[in-house]
Design a protein around this ligand. Structure first.
Ligand code: AP5
Length: 211
């Protein structure tokens, strides 16, 4: 079983992913986290991805499809996986579908976290993330420590105003059309109101999956 978390940058996918994964008993995969880990390690993948990510552009499909294929083939993901921001273009949706079919995995639903641009800009301007476990926080100063693992909280380069504007434009141009692709291919697309407490948003998402 594969569940996709979908939505604009800053919609709350990374906040919801571990909560929903714990509730559903499945692991998560976030391409953004995989790419940032590769950048920290200085791998060829990281070196290729960095300039795209810093400007808020999408990393090429071939790179993402390589990550998807490798991750879905891992035994730990065989029973199901929650994909956080993993599919952002129609070719990626097509590629995931082919890999899933090969492995006998079904795409159960796409959960779209719905939020307006103004709230996104407000959230991202105020976001810091743990430099080790990537947990996001709002209302905390850079340089303070993560509640989970004591890592240092830092601002992301792509949370600068110009990169945020570009990420929102890229979402509309390249990512939003993926939803119609899923609807046309018979996958359930559930739109979740992403404004409210983190717990309320989780409850809405779990409710949509149960319904
Ligand atoms: P990625 O890291 O996935 O970034 P993103 O999709 O832009 O999403 P964000 O991480 O910014 O936001 P989020 O929706 O996870 O929100 P969060 O929970 O953090 O990708 C980065 C880059 O990698 C991309 O731009 C691209 O270059 C590349 N990339 C990744 N995948 C790719 C792919 N498949 N194809 C091509 N390129 C790819 O929340 C945001 C803030 O809001 C936080 O501060 C949080 O604490 C706060 N918050 C969350 N929920 C609430 C709430 N309910 N109320 C109030 N505040 C909240």
């Amino acid at each position: 079983m594969i569940i996709l978390l979908f939505g604009k940058p800053g919609a709350g996918k990374g906040t919801q992913a571990p909560l929903l994964a714990a509730a559903l008993g499945v692991p998560t995969l976030a391409t953004g986290d995989e790419l940032r880990a590769a950048i920290r390690k200085g791998t060829p993948l990281g070196l290729e991805a960095k300039s795209y990510m810093d400007r808020g552009d999408l990393v090429p499909d071939a790179v993402i499809l390589g990550i998807i294929k490798a991750a879905l083939s891992e035994p730990r993901n065989a029973r199901g996986v929650l994909l956080d921001g993993v599919v952002r273009t129609v070719p990626q949706a097509e590629g995931l579908s082919a890999v899933a079919e090969e492995l006998g995995m079904k795409i159960k639903a796409v959960l779209v976290f719905d939020i307006d641009d103004e709230e996104i800009v407000r959230r991202l301007a105020d976001r810091v993330v743990c430099d080790t476990c990537q947990t996001p926080y709002t209302g905390r100063e850079p340089g303070t420590l993560c509640d989970k693992d004591g890592g240092v909280l830092v601002r992301r380069k792509d949370d600068e105003p110009e990169a945020i504007r570009n990420r929102l434009a890229v979402y509309q141009r390249q990512t939003a059309p993926v939803l119609d692709w899923y609807r046309q291919h018979g996958t359930r697309v559930a739109v979740i109101d992403a404004v409210g407490s983190v717990q309320d948003v989780s409850a809405r998402a779990l409710g949509a999956l149960a319904g």
